[in-house]
Design a protein around this ligand. Structure first.
Ligand code: ZN
Ligand code: ZN
Length: 322
């Protein structure tokens, strides 16, 4: 059922927004990051070259397939998310740096900024301060939020307050500052390896595929699916997002137990990233693997009024009824 607001509830939303804005917690006006918007547009347009049959080779396709797992599955899911953001297991330091480098190759921002953004998402899920809540519409949560300037997360130093331990690490800071250049270097290597077909498939098609897979966790896995835990925010368990993202689609489980290395918690909730972490442990490369313990995390209740925030004039999907 779509959420409808009574007049007093709407007034409460306005008062709440005014308080948030006065406290500097939300951006009162949209400021667009044109470099990000045009960069993502360019990557999508370049991926269209894959439609040219002369740019298809099986070598290029398998380059895409292997690299989407290495950069999306290992770099972003296992590295940026389960390791750096939530510290759900402990690898040797060299392996931590290596998977962080793989995450940089997904071109989703530097590790410090990515982790800070995700920690804010957990702290304020589906609240006004959440960077990518679908309470502002599917497309906002999926991609549009990336184009809006955020006073804290886009500030040159303010966002570091959410990642103090990474900010102290010189290697992580270096990767944060140079993340774009690693993809440029990979592009040059792929050109030497297999010419333009490998560049188109291994860089552009792969980036678009991994982008939308990751973005679906923020959009679809906060709208569609089932909820095992009542966490007082909108996360859901979504099987097809879990398949695309190596287990990240079990997102309601994850909000309930954020530091668990396993996101799939029932036998049929397939979680290839957790399987990878177990393999690392068998090889002696991961210890202190954390699993769900105690009662699930639950945010303080939020009124329907505040949850239905429409700070920007974007459509709210009527399917959002959790
Ligand atoms: Zn979430
Ligand atoms: Zn998380």
């Amino acid at each position: 059922m779509p959420i409808t607001l009574s007049a007093p509830e709407l007034q409460a939303v306005e008062q709440d927004l005014d308080r948030q804005a006065a406290a500097g917690l939300i951006t009162p006006k949209l400021r667009i990051k044109w470099d990000v918007a045009l960069g993502i547009l360019f990557i999508h347009l370049a991926a269209l070259f894959a439609l040219k049959s002369s740019l298809f080779t099986w070598k290029a396709f398998w380059t895409f397939f292997v690299l989407q797992w290495i950069t999306g599955g290992v770099g972003i899911t296992l590295g940026f998310h389960r390791l750096l953001t939530h510290r759900s297991f402990h690898p040797p330091k060299w392996l931590e740096y290596f998977v962080t480098l793989l995450g940089c190759l997904a071109l989703q921002g530097g590790p410090l900024k990515w982790v800070a953004t995700h920690r804010v998402h957990h702290a304020f899920s589906d609240r006004p301060q959440d960077p990518h809540s679908p309470t502002r519409g599917f497309w906002w949560a999926h991609v549009l939020w990336l184009f809006a300037y955020d006073d804290v997360l886009d500030h040159p130093v303010k966002y570091l307050r959410y990642v103090p331990e990474l900010a102290r690490d010189r290697v992580h800071r270096w990767m944060n500052d140079t993340y774009v250049w690693h993809t440029v270097a990979l592009g040059a290597l792929l050109f030497a390896f297999g010419g333009w077909p490998c560049v188109v498939w291994g860089i552009f098609v792969r980036l678009v595929f991994v982008y939308h897979s990751t973005w679906l966790v923020n959009s679809a896995a906060h709208i569609w699916g089932y909820r095992t835990y009542q966490t007082n925010e909108g996360s859901t368990n979504n099987w097809w997002v879990a398949l695309l993202t190596y287990g990240e689609g079990w997102h309601n489980n994850h909000h309930a137990y954020p530091s668990s290395a396993a996101h799939g918690l029932r036998w049929w909730e397939v979680d290839l990233t957790y399987a990878t972490i177990r393999l690392l442990a068998m090889a002696g490369l991961a210890r202190d693997i954390r699993l769900p313990r105690g009662s699930p995390a639950k945010m303080t209740p939020i009124s329907e009024a505040v949850r239905r925030l429409q700070r920007f004039p974007l459509p709210v999907p009527t399917v959002f009824s959790v």
